[in-house]
Design a protein around this ligand. Structure first.
Ligand SMILES: [Zn+2]
Length: 429
C-alpha cells in the first residue's frame, strides 16, 4: 500500500507537467533553467554562433549552411517540426541588432529538449519552423547595421544587390512560408506613445501593399497573443510602429510575395540586461507558435495589438544632470545654470561606449534613464566645451571651492570632486 501511494505521488508531477497548459510565466521559468545562450547578444560573433549551432546539431536538430555572406561567412538555417504550417524567422539582418539571434538558439534547443511535452508534440506535428539566425554575419562581426558592401539589407528587397538579400529572397521563394518573422533591435531610447516609458519590445504587422488580407488579420491576432504574454512582464513597455509601406523593405515585400510578416523590434529596459530581453523574445516566440499549433490564435482578438500605442522618440535621454552650474573655461569664462542631457552610444557590451551632449537648457519635461542633481556643483567639460554634440565628459567641483578655471591642466591642479566619463561615474560625487 505504501509503495502504491509512493508511486501515485510520483505520478502526480508527471501528469501535471504533461498537460497542454504552458503559460508565459512557465515559459519564462523554463528559459531561466534551460537557455543555452550564455554570451550577451551584443558580444556574440559569428564564431560563437557556430559553436551554438554545433550544440543544436548534437541535439539532432537540422542545421544547414544555406549561403554565404559577402565576406564568405556561412549563413545557416535551423529547422524544427514536420507540420503543414510553415513558419519562417530571420534575425540580425542588421548586424548590430542581435537579441533575437540568441532567443532563436534558445527556442530551438528548448523545443528539441522538450519533445516529450504534449504541447511541443503538437507543435512539432502541426508546424515546420525554419529560422536564419544572423543573416548578416559580416555586419555582426563589425557590429554595424549594414553588410560589407555598405548596403542596408533591409532596403535591398527589390534590387537584390547583396548576397544576403538574394539568399533571403531565395529561402522564401523556394519554400513559400505561411508566416514570416523579421527580428530586429530598435533604439534604446524609443518610448511608448506619449509616455516616457522605454519600449522594451515593439511590434508591427507588416501589411505590404494590400493591408486588407486574411494573413494580415491573422498576424494581428498573433501579435495580440505575443503582447498578452509579454504584458505579464513588461506591461507599459510595449510599443508598435506605424505601418508605412516601403517597397524596398523585406517585411513589405515578403507580405506582397505571400508571406505576411510580423516585425519584432527589441529595445531596452533600464535596469534589465540583454539576457532579460532574450527571455522576452523567447516567451513571445513560443507563445505565438503554441497558439498557431493549438489553434487558439483563431479566437484571439486583434484588439490587444490595436490598443498598443505607437512608438515615440526624443522624450528620454540616457542621463540628465539637473541644475548644473556650467563652467566653460575659455575667455570669457561663462558660468550658467541649466540641465544637461547626455546620450550614450550603443556598442557591444564588452566595448566602451562614448556619450554625447544632446541638450542643454530647461529639461523639466524630459526624463533621463538616470538623473543626477548636481545643483551644488560646478560642471566643467573634461575636454573642449559644453556644447550640444560635444562629448559628455564632465568634471564636478563643489560650489564652495575656489577654482581658477583658466588653470592649464585643471584636472591635475584642482582634483575634482566627481568625474563622469564614457557614460559612467569614474569618480562618483
Ligand atoms: Zn533593424
Amino acid at each position: 500500500m505504501k509503495i502504491l501511494l509512493f508511486l501515485a505521488l510520483l505520478l502526480i508531477p508527471a501528469i501535471n507537467g504533461d498537460t497542454m497548459a504552458q503559460t508565459a510565466n512557465d515559459l519564462a521559468d523554463d528559459w531561466d533553467k534551460q537557455h543555452i545562450s550564455n554570451i550577451l547578444p551584443s558580444n556574440m560573433r559569428h564564431q560563437d554562433l557556430k559553436k551554438y549551432l554545433e550544440q543544436l546539431k548534437k541535439l539532432n536538430l537540422k542545421v544547414e549552411e544555406v549561403g554565404r555572406s559577402y565576406a564568405n561567412r556561412e549563413i545557416f538555417q535551423v529547422e524544427f517540426g514536420k507540420g503543414a504550417t510553415k513558419i519562417f524567422l530571420w534575425s540580425q539582418m542588421h548586424g548590430d541588432e542581435p537579441t533575437a539571434t540568441s532567443a532563436l538558439l534558445d527556442m530551438f534547443a528548448y523545443l528539441q529538449n522538450n519533445r516529450d511535452k504534449d504541447w511541443v508534440k503538437q507543435l512539432e506535428k502541426t508546424l515546420t519552423i525554419r529560422a536564419v539566425p544572423m543573416l548578416n554575419p559580416d555586419g555582426a562581426e563589425f557590429y554595424q547595421r549594414r553588410n560589407l558592401q555598405g548596403v542596408d539589407i533591409n532596403r535591398d528587397a527589390a534590387q537584390l544587390q547583396t548576397p544576403e538579400a538574394q539568399l533571403l529572397k531565395k529561402l522564401r521563394d523556394d519554400w513559400s512560408p505561411n508566416i514570416g518573422f523579421n527580428l530586429h533591435n530598435q533604439q534604446e531610447l524609443t518610448t511608448v506613445g506619449s509616455t516616457t516609458n522605454q519600449a522594451a519590445i515593439s511590434f508591427l504587422v507588416v501589411t505590404g501593399a494590400n493591408a486588407d488580407t486574411e494573413g494580415n488579420e491573422r498576424n494581428k491576432r498573433l501579435t495580440s497573443v505575443m503582447i498578452a504574454a509579454l504584458q505579464n512582464f513588461i506591461r507599459g513597455n510595449i510599443g508598435r510602429y506605424i505601418d508605412d509601406y516601403n517597397p524596398s523593405a523585406f517585411g513589405d515585400k515578403f507580405s506582397d510575395w505571400g508571406t505576411p510578416v510580423i516585425l519584432i523590434e527589441t529595445g531596452a529596459l533600464h535596469g534589465k540586461d540583454e539576457m532579460f530581453l532574450v527571455k522576452m523574445n523567447f516567451v513571445a516566440f513560443l507563445s505565438v507558435l503554441k497558439s498557431i499549433a493549438d489553434g487558439s490564435e483563431k479566437t484571439a482578438s486583434p484588439a490587444n495589438y490595436e490598443a498598443i500605442p505607437f512608438n515615440g522618440s526624443g522624450r528620454i535621454y540616457s542621463a540628465i544632470f539637473r541644475g548644473a552650474n556650467i563652467v566653460n573655461p575659455v575667455e570669457p569664462v561663462t558660468i550658467s545654470t541649466a540641465d544637461i542631457a547626455v546620450n550614450i552610444a550603443r556598442r557591444r557590451a564588452a566595448f566602451i561606449a562614448p556619450s554625447y551632449i544632446r541638450n542643454i537648457g530647461d529639461l523639466l519635461n524630459s526624463k533621463g534613464l538616470e538623473e543626477f542633481d548636481v545643483s551644488n556643483y560646478y560642471l566643467v567639460p573634461r575636454y573642449g566645451l559644453v556644447r550640444v554634440g560635444a562629448g559628455g565628459e564632465f568634471l564636478f567641483y563643489k560650489k564652495t571651492r575656489q577654482i581658477d578655471w583658466k588653470t592649464p591642466d585643471l584636472e591635475k591642479t584642482f582634483p575634482p570632486d566627481g568625474i563622469f566619463s564614457l557614460g559612467r561615474w569614474v569618480k562618483p560625487l
